[in-house]
Design a protein around this ligand. Structure first.
Ligand SMILES: [Zn+2]
Length: 276
């Protein structure tokens, strides 16, 4: 699933090629994504110019002359920019063609993504307005996290993955952040100390920043003849390492299920929560 660092990498790739481009054609082959693609997208977008590109959480925002195209990649969405129209592959649902013969192609096998138009403030859109702060925002502090945790009796892992609290911490990054912070994923949020909140905030910023930096190294391939976007794999310390030795203490990494998601953790480095 594309996570925040992948979306940020796609954004940076799009910025290098789409700025000031004018829409010259739109082809929607299948409009049944998680929500139906905005009707009449072609007549809406035609001749509009790309003025800016941005990201909010995992939503890509393409700001055009008369409004904003909001794109979410869902579970399996991919965006690529082609310099000539390659033969269609299965699940190539949407093409937006620009005046320089650039073609933005959206592919999504599972169709959980979204392509929606708004001519109002996109940040007030129903999908975006309740999102928590960005991880790199100065509003995302240990004090803010502590105030949220102290009144909540859910597992800390579920809380840091809740995008109303902070955006961008998916399952992989939550596991890594909790490992680095030495916090067991099942610890109840209201048992997390201010000092632990400091660690969580520090490592959320650090892990996501590192992933974005690694993604940047794939940017050179963003526009390519294969139409493959630069998603990337990275070295993970605990995620996906169940049954393998912990990178820090050599104990075997275990896993538990929390909120229907598997959580890998080291039973020594991440101590089990105290029972009160
Ligand atoms: Zn360990």
């Amino acid at each position: 699933m594309p996570e925040l660092p992948e979306v940020e990498t796609v954004l940076r790739g799009l910025k290098t090629v789409l700025m000031q481009q004018q829409v010259s054609d739109v082809v929607v082959r299948c409009d049944k994504l998680r929500w139906p693609i905005t009707a009449n997208l072609k007549s809406i977008l035609m001749r509009q110019q790309v003025l800016a590109l941005a990201r909010r959480g995992k939503y890509l925002l393409i700001h055009l002359t008369k409004g904003t195209l909001i794109i979410h990649l869902g579970m399996s969405g991919r965006l690529c920019v082609l310099t000539n129209a390659l033969p269609l592959k299965p699940h190539d649902h949407v093409d937006v063609v620009f005046s320089d013969q650039l073609l933005l192609r959206y592919n999504d096998p599972r169709r959980f993504g979204a392509i929606l138009w708004t001519d109002e403030d996109p940040y007030q859109h129903v999908l975006l307005k309740k999102l928590g702060p960005e991880p790199f925002d100065s509003a995302f502090t240990a004090k803010y996290l502590f105030e949220t945790t102290s009144s909540t009796r859910v597992a800390i892992k579920a809380l840091i993955m809740n995008h109303h609290m902070v955006v961008g911490v998916g399952n992989i990054y939550a596991a890594e952040v909790l490992f680095l912070s030495g916090i067991h994923p099942a610890t109840l949020a209201n048992q997390i100390s201010l000092e632990q909140c400091r660690l969580l905030v520090k490592f959320i910023k650090q892990v996501l920043k590192k992933a974005i930096e690694q993604g940047g190294t794939t940017l050179k391939d963003f526009v390519n003849s294969q139409g493959k976007p630069g998603y990337f794999s990275q070295k993970l310390k605990v995620y996906g390492r169940e049954g393998l030795p912990c990178v820090s203490c050599q104990s075997l990494v275990q896993s538990i299920t929390l909120g229907q998601r598997t959580s890998a953790f080291c039973p020594v480095c991440q101590k089990a929560p105290k029972i009160r």
